[in-house]
Design a binder for this molecule. Structure first.
Ligand SMILES: [Zn+2]
Length: 596
């Protein structure tokens, strides 16, 4: 039933006057608010604010309204009013209204998580027929921070001299790897030529697969620790400690051992901070004594109570598996206009002269389908201009570009632009009020990535890799051209990078087309903008291999490939292990053939 039919606006307006509250229609019967949870711990209203202790009857997500029956009202002057019959109130909420559990101010939840029947404290100011909610506190503890009780069967097994306990325990957990992986039980297998026992489980996955927090707790980060290499430790709220060994130490796409913390730990993850189940914490690698073996996490669980290590296998078998990390972001409902994207991440670098922010992405929404976590290290360039707006999340006072600092955890809205140019920043919210003070570091030139590319960089494919793709095609085509006395076709890195950016766009935007409908630009227009001739041909394919691509091109584009005016090609490829989009090709190829 719609609200307006149930409560005519005129009658509803009266509800704004507490003294007439008993004349207002009442909702379902409420228990006395003497039982309102934790009411003594709820803060007093701010200046001009009223505090409503109320119970949700309906959440209208599309119109951003909460309807609730209020039992207690605390006025700005501190007077408390108890309604005899609960008063129906409508609260208008904003995408940036902070909503959180009383014990966890750091996790702002979506209004979608608010359910009818839930008691909530709303702080707000009357405005016409509704009340503008400025802050919403759920008085009960956040279920995501509740300590879980480890299931330890009666201690049948003693703890062995080397702190090993043979009890089979099932610790409720999220599987530590989000995405494809495999493992078999190797607990206590002989290692080091019989000198030690294997205390963990080796969870195999490809390099730079996301590692996620297995349970909530405090995270600690270590690098270069001997056999273990780079380590993530989570001291769980549940009495268990999880160890993740061999986190990545390579530059993306290599095995060079030169990876920095950027490609080991997730953006924004800092020593001693809290993490939540399923949160992206780092990237799979082969550091320590896993160097030269297949990338994996050596995963251990230790009991904080007994100080012993336990076999993680029963817990891992029972664990919930994720295909991508859970996104923890404020205001997940933030409205994104068409043609715009939302980018969530941590500022890696700032070019103050050119007003460019380089963002290590945590999540993005570039197709209106909601925030999706990154599934490998991804960097986005955001270009500000005079119209870009800056503020601290939840505050209306504007900031300027100069106030934005390296290390800031930010939410942004930007106008989507073609790959390679950076996104046009329209609105930026810094989460400064949620994070500890950020450390300002000097601007340093980028050395990790192709710095001339100001667009999305899916770290991984470098020119060398792109050249190896083109080579497969050139090896087929050039012998035929030689027979015809034609000069060989060459690999063009610019074309390849453009094609690669296009495949990334198709994956990000969940489309498979020669035109990006979000920005009305075609693959060949993009190539021309990057300097390719007007007659350049663009091709996309979802073929399973580069060999198939070579065959397809020789069949369908034979005349073009064997034309005297054709000079060079570039090929890009993005592969999605588990494609969760509407368009599910797994393989996304883009090919550019430049003709003069
Ligand atoms: Zn191991």
């Amino acid at each position: 039933m719609s609200f307006s039919r149930k409560f005519p606006v005129s009658a509803f307006a009266l509800c704004m006057l507490p003294i007439l509250a008993t004349a207002c229609p009442s909702g379902s019967p409420l228990e006395s608010y003497s039982s309102f949870p934790n009411s003594a711990q709820l803060p007093q209203p701010g200046p001009g604010q009223s505090k409503f202790l109320t119970q949700i009857t309906e959440v209208d997500i599309s119109r951003k309204l909460i309807r609730a029956n209020t039992d207690t009202l605390v006025s700005p002057d501190g007077t408390e009013l108890f309604y005899g019959t609960p008063a129906a109130h409508t609260f208008s909420i904003d995408a940036i209204t902070p909503v959180y559990y009383i014990n966890n101010q750091n996790r702002w939840i979506s209004i979608r998580e608010l359910k009818p029947g839930t008691p909530i404290a709303i702080y707000g100011k009357p405005n016409g027929n509704s009340i503008i909610a400025e802050q919403i506190i759920i008085p009960t503890p956040d279920p995501k921070t509740l300590p879980q009780t480890p299931v330890i069967p009666a201690g049948l097994n003693p703890i062995e001299h080397d702190k090993v306990c043979m009890d089979r325990v099932v610790v409720p957990m999220i599987f530590p790897i989000a995405g494809r992986n495999n493992w078999s039980d190797t607990f206590l297998a002989s290692r080091g030529g019989g000198t030690r026992r294997h205390l963990g489980q080796d969870l195999m996955a490809s390099k730079l697969t996301p590692a996620v927090a297995t349970f909530s707790g405090t995270v600690f980060l270590f690098t270069g620790r001997g056999n273990a290499g780079n380590i993530i430790t989570i001291e769980g709220d549940n009495g268990w400690t999880a160890q993740y060994y061999h986190m990545n130490n390579d530059s993306p796409g290599t095995d060079d051992g030169k990876g920095t913390a950027d490609f080991c730990f997730a953006p924004g993850i800092r020593n001693g901070e809290r993490v939540f189940p399923g949160q992206l914490i780092g990237w799979i690698g082969d550091s320590g004594n896993a160097e030269g073996t297949a990338p994996h996490i050596h995963f251990e669980i230790w009991s904080q109570a007994t100080g012993a290590v336990y076999n993680a296998a029963p817990s891992l078998s029972a664990a919930k598996k994720l295909s991508s990390p859970v996104v923890f972001a404020p205001a997940p409902d933030l409205t994104i206009p068409k043609g715009y994207g939302r980018y969530e991440g941590v500022i890696k670098n700032i070019d103050r002269d050119r007003q460019v922010l380089i963002l290590d992405l945590i999540a993005s929404d570039t197709n209106g389908k909601g925030l999706q976590s990154v599934t490998r290290p991804t960097r986005e360039y955001l270009v500000a201009d005079a119209k870009s707006r800056f503020s601290i999340f939840g505050l209306t006072e504007p900031l300027s570009f100069q106030n934005i600092l390296i290390g800031d955890r930010i939410t942004t809205i930007a106008r989507l632009t073609p790959p390679g140019k950076g996104q046009e920043l329209t609105e930026l919210f810094a989460l400064r009020n949620l994070a500890r003070p950020v450390v300002q570091t000097a601007w340093q030139p980028e050395t990790q990535t192709q710095s001339e590319n100001n667009g999305t960089i899916l770290l991984g494919p470098n020119d060398e890799f792109l050249a190896s793709l083109a080579k497969v095609v050139l090896d087929e085509v050039n012998p035929i051209r030689a027979e015809k006395n034609l000069a060989p076709l060459t690999f063009d890195p610019m074309l390849a990078r453009t094609a690669q950016a296009w495949t990334v766009s198709m994956v990000d935007g969940d489309f498979f087309d020669l035109t990006d409908g979000r920005i009305n630009q075609s693959l060949t227009e993009l190539a021309q903008r990057n300097g390719a001739p007007e007659s350049t041909i663009g091709v996309i394919s979802s073929a399973p291999s580069i060999k198939t691509i070579a065959n397809l091109l020789l069949k369908d584009y034979r005349d073009d490939l064997l034309s005297p005016s054709t000079k060079s090609i570039g090929i890009g490829h993005t592969y999605l292990d588990e494609d969760t989009g509407k368009v599910t090709h797994q393989h996304y190829w883009a090919i550019l053939i430049a003709r003069n």
